[in-house]
Design a protein around this ligand. Sequence first.
Ligand SMILES: [Zn+2]
Length: 283
Amino acid sequence: MLLVVHVLLVAAAVRTPAAHAWGKEGHYMVCKIAESFLTKKASAAVKDLLPGWAGGDLAETCSWPDTQRFRYKWSSPLHFADSPGDCKFDYAKDASEHMLSLLVWLGKQGTATTGTERGTYDRSESLMFLAHFVGDVHQPLHCGHTDDLGGNTIIVHWYRRKSNLHHVWDVNVIETAMKNFYNNDVSTMIQAIQRNITDVWSNEEKQWETCRIRTKTCADKYAEESSKLACKAYEGVQQDSILKDDYFFAALPVVQKRIAQGGVRLAAILNKIFSGNSRLQSS
Ligand SMILES: [Zn+2]
């Protein structure tokens, strides 16, 4: 299923601006929220690194790594950190270490290409991978169970449409929310999430930013949170389950908060790399 999804991705979503493609909205929102919290210095550094086709907008590039899984085969397993279905999280060693190497590399000056054991890429690509992986690790089902490929093999009905549990969390919840509450407009949904960050979640938000663990991105802390949320997401769901309002209204606040956390944390990481301090630009 993963493969099928990603073949479609490569075919359909290479570059569609406000697309309705696979998981694109989620990544777009994480990056848009991050952009709104960047310091001037970090924002300028990010713009400098973006490829021309991004039009100066980080968010436009945030699904790019999903289109590169075949070109950069090493990157494929780094999009998720599944663990056996015991609701305990295994340290996401690969994903964590890779994020750290991206960080180190991004912090270096110059535009030369780096060669690492995982492949060869430049700083522009490092930035896009980092922004994408910070998003992915916040999607609960990217830290789901190994034996069902993070919910990919659990076929469900999302209201009347056939889907799978992974896709429900990647796409369906966001799509349904956009349709029902946000006039099918991604920027309206982003604004709603941003309002929550400064309002409902303002007390927690400070803690989201801090990262005092040895791995500088705190990737395994985020993955651990996701795997706990994934445990709940699996509850009561079986092959052929029909998921509708009950499930939707339980999942939506989780999805919105994970997008918010992903955005805030990505901003903190980029601010730290490019302006030496993880403090967010208060808007
Ligand atoms: Zn991904």
